[in-house]
Design a protein around this ligand. Structure first.
Ligand SMILES: [Zn+2]
Length: 139
């Protein structure tokens, strides 16, 4: 019994010491709407209007509702919550959380003059006042 406890302690201790080395990058979180998505990269527009490119790597865990996805099938126009790790200028997602139901028919609204202006509902561009044009998600 004593021996088992000792081994468990050693394992726990070695995990604890390897943790900071494996996760040296700065952790942060991001929430917003997906502007573009492919297998390697997500472009997310947060509620403050900033667009952030986040890489999807081998250790990225993608979750839809309570289901872990075999690959990240994020759809344009979906709301997303991302936990990411920053290493220099590279932001890599560690966890991508998508809505429970995939938004197959999601529509985003973009300004014809300002492609960086993307809303998830109709409206006018805050920069030039033009009516935003609906754009269907590509998938
Ligand atoms: Zn505009």
């Amino acid at each position: 019994m004593r021996m088992v406890r000792f081994v468990a302690l050693v394992v726990a201790a070695s995990f604890a010491s390897s943790w900071p080395a494996a996760h040296a990058g700065q952790q942060s979180a991001l929430q917003g709407t997906i502007v573009s998505a492919d297998a390697r990269r997500l472009l997310v527009r947060d509620d403050a209007g900033r667009s952030t490119a986040v890489a999807i790597g081998a250790k990225t865990v993608c979750v839809r509702g309570a289901t872990v996805l075999p690959r990240c099938d994020a759809q344009v126009g979906e709301r997303v919550a991302i936990q990411l790790e920053e290493s220099g200028a590279t932001k890599t997602a560690t966890r991508v959380t998508l809505p429970a139901k995939p938004a197959k028919t999601a529509t985003i609204y973009v300004c014809p003059m300002h492609p960086e202006v993307v809303l998830d509902k109709p409206g006018k561009c805050p920069k030039c006042g033009m009516t935003l044009e609906p754009r269907k998600a590509t998938q």
